[in-house]
Every structure is written in C-alpha cells, then in structure tokens.
Design a protein around this ligand. Structure first.
Ligand SMILES: [Zn+2]
Length: 697
C-alpha cells in the first residue's frame, strides 16, 4: 500500500497530463487480448512497480488475516495473487522475444533483479509460509478433492524447495547464493549473445562460394549490406539459418573448418566474454545450494519434483540409448567416408565435414533433397494440415479472425472452438524470422492461462512463434521438413494450453520432462502418408505430393538419427555430469572435465556434443539445468503414446484421442505425470517404440 502511494506521486510529478497507462487500464478488447499496439516501452516500468505493489498488498492481506489459516483464505488466496503481474509480464516477455531492441534489452536487465528479488521475498516470507504450513499439516482433515489436495501439496513443496523451512541464517545464505546464481546465469547468456553476434565469415570472391545455393548466397549478400565496409561481399554468421546450410553446402573445406571452429569455441577465447570461470563458479554455487537444501548434489535437488525423480533414472535412459546411437553414427560415418574417398578426399573426415558429406550420402542413398520437397510445404498448407489433424483427433476447429490486437503486425490470430461450437481460446501465430529483433528457435507461450474465476472458465490466449523461411518475391513461404515438423511441435504445445481444464493456476503446469509429450506427439502425424495427402500440395499446381516422394521420405526418415541422437545425448550427459558432482575442486578445469566425460564414453572426434560447455545455455542460463535430457525422456512417452493410436489400426482413433485429451491435456499438472500417463495408457511407457522410431533397433 505504501509503495502504491509512492508510485502515484512519482507518476504525477513526471507526467503533466493524466495519461492512462494501457497496461494498467481495463482491456476493453475482443477476447480481452492485450492492447499490444497501445503499449509503449515507457509503460512497462511503472506497470511492473504497480503490479509488484499490488502483489505485495495481496500477500500482506493473506498474512494479516485474523482468521485461522484455511484452504480458501490461504492456499486459494495465494493461488489468485499476482493477477496484475500475470497480466502484464507476458506482454513484456513477448516483445523481449519477438520485437527486441537495445531499449528492450536494457529494460529487461533493469527488471530482472527487481522481479527476482520480489519473488524471492514472497518465497521466503515467514508469515506466509507459516500459514501455508498450518493448512498443509491439517490437510487430511479438510475434505479436499484430489485437485485441491494437489494444489495444497504443490504449494507447500514449492515453498519448501524455495528454502522456506530453513533457519534464518541459512535463509540469508540462500538469498545470497540465489542472487549470485541469477547474476552469473544472466552474464553467461549475454556473453554468448555477444560472441555469437560478433563472428563474421566474410567472403569476397566467387570461388569461395562454391557449392552454395542461390538463396543462401542472396541472404549472405543481404547480411553484408548492413555494414557499409562489406558491401558487395557475402557474410555468414553463427546463427543456425546461416551456419547449417553453409556446412552442408560449401565445397571449401578450410572455410567450413573456420566457421565451425568459431561456433565450437564461442565463449572459450580467453577474452572478456569467456564463460569458463562463470561455469566453475555456477556449478560450485549450485552444489552449495543443493547441500543447503539437504541434497548430495544439484541434480538430485533439480530432479526431485520432475517426472524422472532421480539422476539414476535419467542415466539409466541415457546410457541405454548411448551405445546403439553411437554405433549407428559410426555406420553413417563409414558411408560418408566412402563417398569422400571416391571423391579424392584423403585422410579421415573431421567434424566440419560431417554435414557436407551427409547431404551427399542422403542424395546418393535416397535421391532426396530439400529442394524436391519444399514446393509441397507451403506454410499455409502445412497449417491446414495441422488444423486437419487437430480436428480429426479432437473435433476442434480453428478460424482466422481479423480486427483483433496482434502481438506483431506479421502475426495472425485464430479462434479455437470445441466440437460443440463453444469458445476454447485464441491462438496467435508469428512464424517468420526477423533477424535482430526475434530470438532464434521456435516456442509457444501465452498471454493468459486457462483457469476458472468465480466458477466461469477463463479462456486462454496462446501464441506460437517460429523463425521460418520467409516468402521471397512472388514465392510464398516454402518450408523445409524440419520447419514443418517444428510447426506441428509448437502447435502441440498450443493444444495443451487450449485444451487444459484446471481450476487453479498452481496445478496448471507440466514438469520440464513431461511438457514435451503433447508437442512431440504431434510430430508423429506430420509426415504420415494419410496426412501428407491432405495438406502437402504443390504450391503452383495444387498437385498432391506424389507417392514416390512419400516413399523416399519414409525410407530416408531414420537416416542421420545416429548423429542426431549421439550429439544430443552427449550434451545431455555433459549437463548431468556437471550436476552430480559432490565437490568442486579449486581451479576446476571446464575443458578438461568436458573432454574427460565425453572421451570416457567413446565419443568420436567427428561429433561434437550439440552444445559444448561454454555455450550450453540450456544448462548454464538455468532453464534446463540437469534437464536437457527432458526431450528424449518425453520422446519415450510420445513414441509409446503414439503406439496407442497405431495399435488400433487408426492413427485418428477417437477413443484413444479422447483419452489423451481427458487424461493428459486437460489435466496438465493435476497429478503426478506418471499417474496421468498410466491413466491414459493403462501401463508405464516402454523404450522400444523410441528405439524403433529412431532406427536404433
Ligand atoms: Zn517443445
């Protein structure tokens, strides 16, 4: 309340006229969509300050309630707190991801310590925790239903994991460790961004462009235009849309080596962006935190509330996959070595040769290339295919809507309705790359989560974002197979948000290693012949993709999985190995550690881990710490779950689809992930479908 008043004074000094901050006003928009275009950068800071003040006031009123702590006045009240915060922060994270600029970056840096301090204080608020604990201790006498019980235990565990049960001196230590960790994680990410952006491979003569496609050359020429000293030359960078096709196509071995070396040594150049010392400090602090919380190592602490539960369970899976994957990668290498030899390439292949010769092996073995397929994967057609699958499975429909606020002028909006015509939510799509403004990769997020308020369903606002190939000239956006698959993947996340049906925010989330089940299962439908025939139509002639091409896709689908699985597993193991350490020696040598753990497992020099330590942002910026394994963990689930459809002889089997919706998508975090899975499948998942899908069996 005091902060609120202080803010009002501040605002009135600064602004002569009463200007309404759109973030703080009622959103009188269709579907309550944020009024994106009215929000200016200067609106965020005052809105965040107001949101934190309101949140604090809500927490205070829970703490100061003179009534005895009850499920309603404590657990539900806490679940409902922070409403304004949850309304405005997705708007800012959206522009940070899709519309970034130096002002946004600076504001993010300013906001990050403020918000982390805010939540740290709530997590360690003793008055609040005492009330939560009081309710938790009498949980069996409260007559709660299963979802309420889950909310109560998850809320209690959340506080416990945040350190609320620690004695005061330890709490202070924890706060310090947390602050240091988040500072180091932020710096790690900033260093990586700086080094990734800084490198340029500049080519100034035609001869060195040998092998490159016209479109790759065109985009490299465009990149050069940004710098007046490079006009008329070609610039290649370390971003995926640039380096990957370069490594696949360039006939200049020395140049491939140069760009890959720069990529592999990001933040390992002993300059001010070097991340080695940061890693050593981070793993040390994380271990200290784990010990403070009563665990032997940080992986144990991280995994305790995930589906995997223990490091042993994770290693068990990764180790089972390692041997067949590496063997399969070695077979791929043998194929490529033979081709290289026949082309007069003497000596062993190196890491920088892999993608180049893999492309050749693909076309020799299967006579299939990216260029043959793209005409059948026009973005709009792929989208129709996705909607078709969703409709066949769940009876839901998507209709494009106009005249609603959009997160970006390039985005489109769709209304999702259930089979009975009732409104389920809004889905935005913002799929094209915008270098310099949009973060790389693809993701799904949202502006409002599904929940219930006063007994009424609150409909979600969901968005998927990609970095897909843009339309060029008269040609529409023609996607690669990878991009088409990613589209299905992100849409799967969106479906999980749209179909979710929970009553409390606190049970609305899936754990890191479960959340990829709804997304990855969608990938299975992407290239099913029956689905391709519906959407994969030539963008000029409308001709349905010929059977011959479908056959080639099916036959080649597993080729390359040896490499892909091995590089992924190597990174997953590296992530785990750092976080099972029980002590960190002084002068910990990051490079030696990395070399040892990968070397001991027999990784071959031609395959670097998908991420080396100094640029492994998944693990060292915090999102996937002891968690990079999650994708393959969830792949065990999605492969097994898809089998449930296949076993019926109908990949759109209504009964299985309904069960998947009711037991998994709708329930989200209402119960333990394995319980939800078994409710759907009738048994725990087996690993065989995954091995088969990846051609490792
Ligand atoms: Zn995903």
């Amino acid at each position: 309340m005091i902060m609120l008043a202080a803010f009002a004074v501040l605002a009135s000094c600064k602004q002569q006229k009463a200007v309404v901050n759109p973030l703080l006003a009622e959103w009188d928009t269709p579907f309550g969509i944020p009024p994106f275009e009215q929000v200016k950068i200067e609106h965020y800071m005052p809105a965040y300050i107001e949101a934190m003040a309101q949140h604090n006031a809500e927490i205070e009123s829970i703490v100061n309630n003179i009534e005895d702590p009850s499920f309603e006045n404590t657990i539900v009240a806490f679940d409902n707190s922070g409403d304004l915060f949850e309304r405005i922060s997705p708007v800012f994270s959206s522009i940070s991801g899709i519309d970034s600029n130096p002002e946004v970056i600076a504001l993010a840096k300013e906001l990050s310590p403020l918000t982390s301090k805010h939540f740290n204080e709530i997590n360690l608020n003793p008055g609040l925790f005492n009330r939560v604990k009081a309710v938790y201790e009498k949980r069996d006498s409260l007559g709660l239903d299963a979802e309420q019980m889950r909310l109560l235990t998850e809320t209690y565990k959340g506080f416990e994991r945040g350190g609320a049960n620690l004695p005061d001196d330890k709490k202070e230590e924890l706060k310090k460790i947390n602050a240091e960790i988040s500072d180091l994680q932020l710096t790690f990410g900033q260093n990586l961004l700086a080094e990734t952006d800084a490198f340029k491979l500049v080519i100034d003569n035609d001869a060195n462009l040998a092998g490159l496609s016209e479109s790759l050359k065109a985009s490299a020429a465009k990149k050069a235009e940004k710098d007046s000293t490079l006009k008329g030359k070609w610039v290649f960078g370390l971003d995926n849309p640039s380096i990957i096709p370069f490594l696949q196509q360039s006939e200049k071995r020395e140049l491939r080596k140069e760009i890959l070396n720069a990529y592999l040594n990001r933040c390992n150049n002993n300059n001010k962006e070097d991340n080695k010392a940061i890693i050593a400090k981070l793993i040390d602090l994380r271990l200290k935190k784990a010990k403070l919380m009563g665990f032997e190592n940080f992986a144990q602490y991280q995994l305790e509330d995930r589906m995997a539960k223990t490091p042993e369970a994770v290693y068990d899976l990764l180790n089972k996959l390692w041997t067949p994957s590496l063997a399969s990668a070695k077979r791929e290498l043998a194929d490529m070595s033979e081709i290289a030899k026949s082309e007069g390439q003497n000596g062993a292949l190196e890491a920088s040769d892999w993608r180049f010769y893999f492309e050749k092996a693909m076309s020799r073995k299967f006579d299939l290339s990216d260029a043959q397929l793209r005409p059948y994967f026009k973005l709009e057609n792929v989208r129709e295919g996705i909607f078709y699958v969703a409709n066949k499975l769940y009876g839901i429909t998507f209709t494009q809507i106009e005249n609603v606020p959009l997160p970006n002028p390039e985005a489109t909006a769709f209304e999702c309705k259930d089979s009975d015509g009732s409104h389920l939510g809004i889905l935005f799509m913002d799929m094209f790359a915008r270098p310099g403004a949009k973060r790389g990769g693809a993701w799904c997020s949202g502006f409002r989560s599904q929940t219930y308020k006063d007994g009424k369903r609150v409909a979600p606002l969901v968005t998927i974002v990609g970095n897909f190939t843009r339309p060029v000239g008269d040609e529409p956006a023609l996607l690669s197979m990878d991009e088409a698959e990613t589209y299905f993947h992100e849409f799967g996340h969106a479906l999980a948000s749209l179909l979710k049906n929970v009553h409390y925010n606190g049970v609305g989330g899936m754990t890191r290693d479960f959340v990829e089940l709804p997304s990855q299962i969608m990938e299975h439908w992407a290239f099913e012949p029956d689905v391709l025939k519906v959407y994969a139509k030539h963008y000029q002639t409308g001709e349905v993709i010929p059977q011959e091409l479908i056959d080639k896709m099916v036959n080649s689908g597993k080729y390359g999985q040896g490499f892909a699985t091995t590089e992924y597993l190597a990174a997953s193991l590296l992530d785990m190995d750092y976080h099972i350490l029980k002590e960190i020696p002084a002068n910990f040598d990051v490079l030696a550690f990395e070399a040892k753990v990968l070397g001991d497992r027999g990784l071959i020099s031609q395959i670097p881990p998908r991420y080396r330590s100094t640029y492994f942002s998944h693990t060292f910026t915090g999102g996937y710490t002891a968690g990079y394994y999650s994708y393959i963990w969830a792949e065990v689930l999605d492969s097994d779950a898809y089998q449930a459809f296949v076993e019926t002889g109908d990949i759109f089997n209504k009964e299985v689809a309904t069960k998947f919706r009711k037991e998994i998508l709708e329930r989200s975090g209402q119960d333990e992930a394995m319980t939800l899975y078994v409710n759907f499948r009738g048994k725990e998942p087996g690993i065989d479908p995954l091995l088969k899908n990846r051609g490792l069996k």
